[in-house]
Design a protein around this ligand. Structure first.
Ligand code: M6R
Length: 613
């Protein structure tokens, strides 16, 4: 959600800014803008639409500059239009500001500023910030840095901001709370980004700004960081763990397809170094220190959103089956507001691809305030969730650019499985032979997914049959019920077809009324304890003329004979079946969406990193 790029140094800033914005497109946005320092004056270009529209708009403009800020906006306050796009200027045009986050007290601040005569050109919460900074500068007679520190002390909410000032033409002021921001350090140049993608080819030395820190960035000076109380902070320089090829399409038509195909590697990377060669120890280094607390937990609460919540539902099965400790799975957005009962021996496990989801971050704070231990499962190294949890395990799936989560989901399930198995073994809930069985089954998953990916063309053919459908139902049972939910979510978000997932046995309690010959029903009917029951559920749909697309284990004859289309997938242990069963559903959604002409990597209204409530 919202992307920030900024540069100061001796290179041409505009190509770096535009290219950086393109790399952040995956976050989701509806307008874009850039402010450039030119002869000690700020030039501002912004418009509704894509970064390509901004580029076209700037085509005949002079964009020569060595210092500038750029932004992609995902509308929260005020519709997506030219005025509401960032950057926003101060009244005298001397300051330009970009912002990611939400200023919750913007209305009261706006009222005060309007009473003082400030005129607002947009409906955004952000515009308040630029006027507030300038107002403090004037009324308190302080320099820009102090004005930013004071302004950030009065705002309530979240922010990552970059400010350009024509009084300091080469300098950028950066501040952050609750929204990610990192500063890339080059030789006499600095890069700023919401993540590392805009700067990856220029530097691998980065500083992740901490909450309530303010940085002064100038090409001829060392990076200076203070907090909003003006206390000096030592910049902690880290290595940026990102390669350029990871954020390029590598010959695939879309990032989503590339990421679906990356799953064998992503799952292997999630396991790498965590299973010893004798296969008798699963060790998740990141949670070692808190393992005792996890072993003694009276209950696990899993909180997440969207696809990560679906991984959490799979995790519930894994933990309850293997560790034999009760698990509750919560939407982070609901959990944070319903005054839940949290005890000190509870362990909250939060799952997030981006590591920036605002609701999940709030769930963490709530659980911590009640004394519970909080464990994170995150994909993005150094993300806010990774930093705010007591301990955690990275999924190591590599950057996920497509808004629809695919490889992150299967990597999350892999880490949940490793976590549950390791705890179960230590608790004595799983025998050594079963433990070996699970490890071998898990290690075989990447190769099994390769065989499903090899059926790509067949799945593409099936997809052509459903491009005009209005609705779809996904059914699954047990550990594959969350896979049905996830399959339906994939279809909804990228093809805009209405789809719902149900536990197969629930159909007769209502949803079966929807079945007619127009209704595609995708059923996960792999080899599992409830297979016979699923057969009956499929029969009930078939009797009512529903079109059956089934995902079955290789060699299945019964469900296959009842299906209009059938995708066979390799057999595996039931607990691991979500890892294989989800892959054909991702491909099905992908090809339906492509055939419908949808923008699969950047679906309408969606953002990759949902950093606002
Ligand atoms: O980054 P997170 O995993 O915390 O994000 C949670 C959801 O916003 C995310 O999974 C969303 O549902 C995706 N678009 C799913 O494809």
């Amino acid at each position: 959600m919202c992307g920030i790029v900024a540069y100061t140094g001796s290179r041409e800033a505009y190509p770096i800014l535009i290219n950086g914005l393109k790399r952040l497109e995956y976050r989701g946005y509806d307008s874009a803008g850039v402010a450039l320092m030119q002869n000690n004056n700020i030039s501002l270009y912004k418009c509704r639409g894509k970064v390509a529209d901004l580029e076209a708009f700037c085509e005949d403009k002079n964009v020569e500059s060595h210092c500038g800020i750029a932004h992609t906006r995902w509308a929260t306050h005020g519709e997506p239009n030219d005025q509401n796009a960032h950057p926003h200027l101060s009244i005298d045009g001397k300051l330009a500001l970009i912002h990611n986050g939400i200023i919750e007290n913007y209305l009261s601040l706006k009222k005060e500023l309007m009473n003082k005569g400030y005129e607002f050109l947009s409906n955004t919460d952000t515009e308040v910030l630029v006027h507030l900074v300038q107002d403090i500068q004037k009324t308190e007679n302080v320099d820009l840095i102090e004005a930013v520190q004071l302004a950030m002390s009065v705002v309530i909410g979240t922010y990552a901001v970059v400010i350009l000032s024509s009084d300091h033409p080469q300098q950028l002021i950066v501040a952050k709370k609750g929204s990610p921001l990192l500063i890339g350090i080059g030789k006499n140049e600095f890069f700023i980004g919401s993540d590392g993608a805009p700067m990856v080819e220029f530097t691998n030395k980065v500083v992740y700004l901490e909450d309530e820190e303010v940085a002064v960035v100038h090409p001829d000076k060392k990076l200076e960081i203070t907090n909003i109380k003006n206390e000096r902070k030592k910049p902690f320089v880290e290595r940026l763990e990102l390669q350029l090829e990871q954020i390029e399409k590598g010959g695939f038509e879309h990032f989503m397809l590339k990421e679906i195909f990356e799953q064998p590697k992503a799952i292997s990377d999630s396991m790498r170094g965590r299973i010893n060669t004798k296969k008798d120890v699963v060790a998740l280094g990141g949670i070692m220190e808190y393992e005792n607390k996890m072993l003694k937990a009276g209950r696990y609460i899993i909180a997440a959103c969207g696809t990560s919540w679906h991984a959490g539902l799979v995790g519930e099965h894994l933990f309850e089956s293997l560790v034999r400790v009760p698990v509750e799975v919560e939407y982070a957005s609901e959990f944070r507001y319903r005054n839940p009962i949290i005890k000190e021996d509870d362990v909250l496990i939060v799952i997030s691809q981006s590591g920036e989801t605002a609701d999940t971050l709030a769930a963490i704070e709530l659980a911590k305030s009640k004394g519970a231990t909080v464990i994170g499962i995150c994909n993005v190294v150094g993300s806010s969730i990774a930093r705010n949890t007591h301990a955690g395990s990275y999924t190591h799936a590599g950057p996920e650019i497509g808004v629809a989560s695919t490889k992150a989901f299967t990597a999350q399930v892999t880490v949940l499985f490793l976590m549950a198995l390791s705890l179960a073994r230590k608790k004595g809930e799983v025998s050594l032979s079963m433990y070996h069985h699970y490890i071998s089954e898990l290690e075989a998953i990447p190769a099994k997914i390769e065989t499903i990916l090899a059926k790509n063309d067949y799945i593409k053919q099936i997809a052509q049959e459903f491009i005009n459908c209005q609705n779809a139902i996904y059914m699954g049972r047990g550990v594959n019920f969350p896979v049905a939910l996830e399959g339906a979510l994939k279809l909804k978000e990228i093809s805009y077809i209405h789809a719902e997932g149900y536990p197969a046995a629930e159909m007769k309690h209502g949803p079966i009324a929807l079945i007619d010959k127009e209704m595609p029903v995708v059923v996960i009917a792999t080899e599992q304890e409830t297979y016979d029951k699923v057969v009956s559920n499929v029969q009930e749909v078939k009797t009512r003329s529903g079109k059956i697309i089934s995902i079955v284990s290789e060699g299945d004859e019964i469900v296959k004979s009842m299906s209009d289309f059938c995708i066979e997938i390799p057999k595996t242990d039931e607990l691991l079946s979500p890892l294989v069963a989800s892959v054909p559903l991702q491909l099905l959604a992908y090809y339906i969406a492509v055939a419908r002409g949808c923008d699969v990597d950047k679906p309408r209204n969606l953002a990759k990193s949902v950093s606002v409530e």
